[in-house]
Design a protein around this ligand. Structure first.
Ligand code: MN3
Length: 203
C-alpha cells in the first residue's frame, strides 16, 4: 500500500524571511502540502480497494483526486528544494554554473529570461506554477506555466525549477500583488540545487 509522507524542509520555517514569513511557510508546508499528501494517500487507498473489486467506474472517478493531490505533492517537493535561506546561499547565482550559461544561450540573456518567466508566471489564470524546464526533444531550456498542480513532466519536459503562484503561496504577505512576490522569490532561489537538477538532466 502506498503511503506518501510530507518531506522535511532543509531549513526552518523562519529561515526564508523576509521574503516568505515563518507563518506563510508553516501554513504552506505543514497545512497545504500536508493536506495534498493525506488526500493522495486516501485516494490511492480507495483506488486499490476499487481495483480489488474490479470497480472501474470508481477507479476512473478517483483519478482526478490522484492527479490533483499527487501533482500537489510532487510539485511542492521540488519547490522546497529549489529554495534556500539567504544565509545559506539563497539567491546566489554563479556565472560559471552550466545552467546560467544555458539560460544565456537559450534566452539571449539572464535578464530577458527572468523578465519572461516573471511575466508568464504573473498572468497564470487562477492557480498554477511557473517553470523553467528542459525539453528533451529540442535539447533546450523552456519557460512553461501549468494550471493547478499539473505536472510539467507530463509534457515531456523535465522540471528544473518552479515558482508556486497559488494565492496560498503569497497572500499573507503580498495580498493580491502576485508580481511583487514573484519578483522577491529570486532572492531565495537555491541556484546550487537548480544547477544540480540541470546537470542531472543533460548528462
Ligand atoms: Mn503551494
Amino acid at each position: 500500500m502506498s503511503n506518501y509522507q510530507l518531506p522535511d524542509l532543509k531549513y526552518d520555517y523562519g529561515d526564508l524571511e523576509p521574503i516568505i514569513t515563518a507563518e506563510m511557510l508553516e501554513i504552506h508546508h505543514n497545512k497545504h502540502h500536508r493536506a495534498y499528501v493525506t488526500k493522495l494517500n486516501e485516494a490511492l487507498e480507495e483506488y486499490h480497494e476499487a481495483e480489488k473489486k474490479k470497480d472501474a467506474e470508481k477507479m476512473v472517478e478517483l483519478q482526478s483526486a490522484i492527479k490533483f493531490n499527487g501533482g500537489g505533492h510532487i510539485n511542492h517537493s521540488i519547490f522546497w528544494q529549489i529554495l534556500a535561506p539567504i544565509k545559506d546561499g539563497g539567491g546566489a547565482l554563479k556565472k560559471e554554473y552550466s545552467v546560467y550559461k544555458a539560460i544565456e544561450k537559450d534566452f539571449g540573456s539572464f535578464e530577458i529570461f527572468k523578465e519572461l518567466l516573471n511575466s508568464k508566471s504573473t498572468v497564470v489564470q487562477g492557480s498554477g506554477w511557473g517553470w523553467l524546464g528542459f525539453s528533451r526533444q529540442n535539447k533546450s531550456l523552456v519557460i512553461q506555466t501549468c494550471q493547478n498542480h499539473d505536472l510539467l513532466s507530463a509534457r515531456g519536459i523535465f522540471p528544473i525549477f518552479c515558482i508556486d503562484v497559488w494565492e496560498h503561496a503569497y497572500y499573507l504577505k503580498y495580498k493580491n500583488v502576485r508580481a511583487e512576490y514573484i519578483k522577491e522569490i529570486w532572492k531565495i532561489l537555491n541556484w546550487q540545487e537548480i544547477e544540480n537538477r540541470y546537470k542531472k538532466i543533460i548528462t
